[in-house]
Design a protein around this ligand. Structure first.
Ligand SMILES: *Cc1c(COP(=O)(O)O)cnc(C)c1O
Length: 269
């Protein structure tokens, strides 16, 4: 291919242990578990940072700290990379040539699996649940789907009804659905603290936490809380329509009118 360095088609480079196989030793509290994995594949960037989270309207003396598992990577961001370090090591040890998994249409798990599989030169097959209406349509390039399709995962769509017949009992009615109030909360927290929560997990969890703090301040007063941000930011793209009326203002910059000339006469060009 013209203009593309030859090294780009080689398997991902191994720098500083990333994407390499590591021996695994369990923490002391888990040594009794069996079977115990012997190795992991290094896929995430750990440890993730912990810092104070200056949320608005906390009860007096309450401190909230945040564990940033959303920073465990970019394509592989979030808590899912932690289990994939074990699962992918197991797949490789078994000599697998592909991995198959199932999730919702905006599954963070499926996106992380697709990326990890490609890093490790495994084929990835994703079965994604969507609505009956959308099951025959191109699923689009929104959020997690963009990454999955860019890395070449094979995608099969199945309706929730069909899946329900043979699969799990319905991963709750409200799963991946948001009220306008929850999305406004995600937007307000981003504007107040710079932390962008996800719509399915951390957004709802923080919403519930602050609501309970507001209703029962005595219960939380003086307590020190560690909130785990499990990632999932890409799922927010799926809510872009619902968010568009909330998220920030913008304007067209009019250079001719707004940039004064040095000589003070107004026109720049
Ligand atoms: C899957 C997921 C969770 C839930 O993680 P569990 O390990 O299944 O409890 C939380 N947050 C995000 C962003 C996720 O993708």
């Amino acid at each position: 291919m013209a203009g593309v360095p030859a090294t780009l088609s080689a398997p991902a480079a191994q720098i500083g242990g990333f994407l390499s196989k590591k021996p695994y030793a369990p923490p002391s509290w888990a040594t009794h578990l069996s079977p115990m994995p012997s190795h992991t594949m290094s896929l995430g960037h750990f440890p993730t940072p912990i810092h104070k989270w200056n949320l608005p309207n906390l009860p007096e003396g309450t401190e909230v700290w945040i564990k940033r598992d959303d920073l465990s990577g970019m394509q592989l961001s979030g808590n899912k990379v932690r289990k994939l370090e074990f699962l992918m090591a197991d797949a490789l040890a078994q000599g697998a040539d592909c991995v198959i998994t199932v999730g919702g249409i905006q599954s963070n798990h499926c996106r992380a699996t697709a990326v990890a599989a490609k890093y490790l030169n495994l084929d990835c097959y994703l079965i994604l649940r969507t609505s009956k209406l959308l099951v025959d349509k191109d699923p689009g390039l929104i959020g997690n789907l963009l990454v999955e399709r860019l890395v070449g995962a094979h995608i099969d769509l199945v309706s929730k009804e069909e899946y329900g017949k043979i699969g799990s009992v319905a991963k709750g009615l409200g799963y991946a659905m948001n009220t306008a109030e929850e999305l406004k909360f995600v937007k307000d927290i981003a504007a107040a603290t710079g932390i962008v929560l996800d719509p399915v997990y951390s957004g709802k969890a923080a919403y519930g936490l602050l609501k309970d703090m507001a209703c029962n301040p005595a219960k939380w007063k003086g307590r020190k809380i560690l909130f785990v941000h499990t990632g999932g930011l890409l799922g927010l793209y799926d809510k872009a329509d619902q968010l568009s009326s909330l998220a920030g203002s913008w304007r067209r910059m009019d250079l001719e009118d707004s940039v004064p000339r040095k000589d003070g006469t107004g026109k720049m060009f």
